[in-house]
Write a protein that binds this ligand. Structure first.
Ligand code: GLU
Ligand code: MG
Length: 465
């Protein structure tokens, strides 16, 4: 007991607050969560008796798990074999008691070497490094993932195929019948998110059968990615507890609207007093234009990280409001980068860019980190994004698109991975171990799903995301 008290004594204030919350909330298990290269959220849970130690040392974990695909097929990656251990070390500032899992709490974690330093394949460290690169140039990023998901029930296929998602309703887009039909679930979700410190921005039933969109307030970059992990957990956890199934997979039902997780970004001064994307006249600053230039320059490679699954490319089709071409536009829902019109009366705070080719099958740390690297490249090289495209690019001729520099995004994960491998900036930013593992895992998913039909693909994505 004395030993335990002395361990608690050495902890930082955030960790000590975790121990207090565990006592007050009667928490018995604390999940240490991380997102893997497949974009799957995994973890291990610590009991409360030795939590004080675990907060410092984490829980041991095999290095091999970062070479695991969404099918749990382990890939041969040097440095991620059966020998070797990392620690899942939680960030106490991310502690949340889980409203949908009484007695349990969660923290988002880093993957650390046994000596306590960041492991070369830790995704959260990738984002932290990108944030540090921004900070070194005098910028802080504010971001929000704007997720859509499909609510329904997972039922066996009467024909004996993989389980299917039967959507909750067939209400029209934004129709009030959709609000009513999903109401009990939605209220549980809203309360669960608010109680975990995620204020709700908007909610509405969307276009696809069973499709919901519920967005939360933006936050600084690391917190935005952490929030997206907790959000994904909550959307599914609340549904499971109500004997329903929710999935943020990009295209869980092949003939219905896809689920995006549009990524909203703005750059601020380090004190977060001024939005540097706002030009002071209601428009986008030169810095914002250069950021777009960088994102567009790297976009074919970037989507390998922001739209990380085989299923992602079923969503990225023309005329789906998900974007299918490398262009930007003012409030253009078919442009890959949309300059969102700011809210009058709050212009500075609300000026931001929305990156549409982004979905919840991505690892949010790799995704947002890569967007930051691409945008920063645009800033450093003062890349001009060209003219805004303020029409649906699918309505233009090939010549018109070529003139505007508007190219079709990769049509498959395999094509996107080819572009990623050819992108020196992103490959360098990922580093040798992380990029080897990411490419191995994702190439294996391409091969595994190529050998199967759509029902198999949608099932395995709605199962994990
Ligand atoms: N569901 C669309 C997508 O896949 C987005 C629709 C919207 O603009 O909200 O990105
Ligand atoms: Mg939407």
């Amino acid at each position: 007991m004395r030993e335990r008290q002395s361990v608690a004594h050495q902890l930082d204030p955030a960790a000590r607050r975790v121990l207090e919350r565990v006592e007050v909330d009667g928490v018995e298990l604390v999940r240490f969560l991380y997102a893997d290269h497949g974009g799957v959220i995994r973890g291990k849970a610590a009991g409360r008796s030795r939590l004080a130690e675990r907060l410092g040392t984490g829980i041991g974990h095999t290095v091999a798990m970062m070479a695991m695909s969404i099918l749990d097929h382990l890939q041969p990656v040097e440095g991620m074999g059966p020998v070797g251990e990392v620690r899942i070390v939680p960030d106490p500032r991310t502690f949340v008691a889980l409203p949908y899992a009484p007695g349990a709490a969660a923290m988002v974690s880093d993957l650390r070497d046994l000596d306590g330093g960041p492991w070369a394949a830790c995704p959260r460290t990738f984002l932290k490094d990108a944030i540090a690169a921004l900070e070194a140039e005098g910028y802080a990023a504010v971001a929000a993932f704007e997720p859509e998901f499909t609510l329904g029930r997972r039922l066996p296929d009467p024909a004996g195929g993989p389980d299917r998602l039967v959507p909750l309703d067939d209400s029209p887009c934004y129709a009030t019948s959709g609000f009513d039909l999903a109401h009990d679930y939605t209220m549980q979700l809203v309360r669960a998110l608010e109680s975990q410190g995620m204020p709700i921005e908007h909610y509405y039933p969307e276009l696809g059968a069973g499709q919901q969109e519920l967005s939360i307030r933006p936050a600084t970059a690391l917190k935005a990615a952490d929030n997206h992990v907790i959000y994904r957990e909550t959307v599914r956890g609340v549904a499971f507890r109500m004997a329903m199934w929710a999935t943020l997979a990009p295209k869980p039902i092949a003939n219905q609207a896809g689920n995006g997780a549009h990524l909203h970004v703005s750059l601020w001064d380090p004190a977060l007093e001024h939005n540097l994307f706002a030009d002071g006249h209601g428009g986008l600053s030169a810095l914002g234009r250069h950021f777009i230039g960088g994102v567009l320059r790297h976009l074919p490679a970037l989507v390998a990280l922001t739209c990380g699954s085989v299923n992602s490319y079923r969503r990225l089709q023309p005329r789906s409001w998900s974007s299918a071409y490398t262009c930007y536009g003012m409030d253009n829902r078919e442009a890959a980068v949309r300059i969102c019109s700011p809210m009058s009366g709050n212009i500075e705070a609300t000026t931001n860019l929305e990156i549409k080719p982004s979905d919840s099958s991505a690892n949010p740390y790799l995704s947002l980190g890569a967007v930051i690297h691409a945008g920063l490249d645009g800033i450093r090289r003062e890349l001009d994004p060209g003219d805004a495209v303020n029409v649906d690019p699918a309505t233009l001729t090939d010549e018109e698109r070529a003139r505007l520099g508007c190219a079709r995004l990769p049509a498959s994960l395999g094509e996107a991975l080819d572009a990623l491998e050819a992108d020196e900036l992103l490959m360098e930013a990922l580093g040798p171990l992380r990029r080897a593992a990411y490419l191995a895992v994702k190439r294996s998913e391409v091969a595994d799903f190529a050998a199967q039909d759509v029902a198999y693909e949608t099932f395995h994505h709605l199962r994990v995301y």
